[in-house]
Design a protein around this ligand. Structure first.
Ligand code: ZN
Length: 339
């Protein structure tokens, strides 16, 4: 079991072809720091086991992503929504629980369309909780001040009573409360981005399982390994904005999962879920991966590196992501067959 997870984790932490972004090589070191926090166990295994322990049939799981802000990425990026859509499948098809997509007004349509392309209908939370078939709920988190954001977060957790709150590539505040872009600039987010971090503060206070999937260190969950992030990630310790406190996000989660591309960390959890529950079809197949990416860009997401609405995630074309899906399925299938 541990060997399967180790191979999955090695696969999703490979820095594939991002030579023009050499600092992407930071991910294996971030992964090591994060695995150390779990006693050296493979992160996909621990994360998936904890989710399976906590989430029972009929429960709900809050899934968060968010990177949409003006002027850079008006409707967010392609890294994040596909990971959330994959986890929505895992929650619904694996655990018979209700995935609830929670993100800001700029990102919600991308999350919705991508999840629909992954094979789930998406309805307002109130409607979705009544439905037994393949569906997910959605809740839009408004852009309001800190105090109001805390209230909104508490209300969402009161309503959904989730057993886990999981983030995939959600921009998060540093120790001074500033949210940074990956190149260490102030995202200018103060009055533009919803305070999704409050969902994690509130979930932690209530003892609800929290997981953050990251690929750099400026995303929710990175605070769990903040020292490592500050040491390794460019601009994490000293940023390029006047705050000078670094881009390292200070928000902690029970488990942080650094992957080469955040979507891949989410896929690793879906693959492990397929393995542990002996239902490999939980992880989307290659055709579905294509449809998910197509849907996300049609809804307005852009590639975070190429900065265009094209069939890429973090600079890698769709075939690379489909190939990753093929390899994940191969690892799981062969492990289950025992040959
Ligand atoms: Zn700064």
């Amino acid at each position: 079991m541990e060997q399967v997870a180790k191979n999955i984790d090695r696969l999703v932490t490979v820095a594939a072809g991002m030579g023009y972004h050499p600092d992407r090589w930071i991910v294996p070191a971030l992964y090591e720091g994060a695995a150390e926090k779990l006693g050296g166990k493979p992160i996909s295994l621990v994360a998936t086991q904890r989710i399976i322990e906590q989430v029972k049939e009929g429960n709900s799981v809050v899934l968060v992503d968010q990177f949409g802000y003006l002027p850079n990425m008006p409707y967010g990026e392609t890294d994040g929504p596909l990971g959330v859509a994959s986890l929505a499948r895992a929650v619904r098809f694996g655990l018979k629980a209700l995935p609830v997509l929670v993100t800001g007004p700029k990102d919600i349509n991308v999350a919705r369309q991508t999840t629909q392309a992954a094979g789930l209908n998406v309805l307002q939370y109130g409607e979705a909780k009544e439905i037994k078939t393949a569906c997910a709920g959605e809740i839009t988190f408004p852009v309001v001040d800190e105090g109001e954001s805390a209230k909104v977060a508490a209300k969402i957790l009161d309503e959904c009573t989730p057993k886990a709150v999981i983030s995939v590539e959600t921009i998060g505040p540093n120790k001074k409360g500033v949210k940074h872009s990956f190149s260490g600039f102030d995202a200018g987010a103060k009055d533009k981005l919803p305070g999704l971090e409050h969902l994690f503060y509130e979930a932690s206070a209530r003892g609800i399982l929290t997981i953050g999937v990251i690929d750099r260190g400026n995303e929710l969950g990175s605070g769990t390994i903040e020292e490592t992030v500050r040491e390794i990630t460019p601009y994490a310790d000293v940023c390029q904005c006047p705050c000078k406190a670094g881009s390292a996000c200070a928000v902690k989660t029970d488990i942080v999962f650094p992957a080469s591309i955040s979507n891949w960390g989410a896929y690793a959890i879906s693959a492990m879920m397929g393995y542990l529950l002996k239902k490999p079809e939980i992880l989307q197949n290659e055709e579905t991966e294509w449809r998910m990416l197509d849907a996300s860009i049609k809804a307005g997401a852009i590639d975070g590196i190429v900065a265009q609405p094209v069939m890429c995630v973090d600079g890698l074309g769709v075939k690379a992501h489909q190939g990753l899906i093929t390899l994940l399925h191969t690892i799981v299938k062969n492990a289950l067959s025992g040959t």
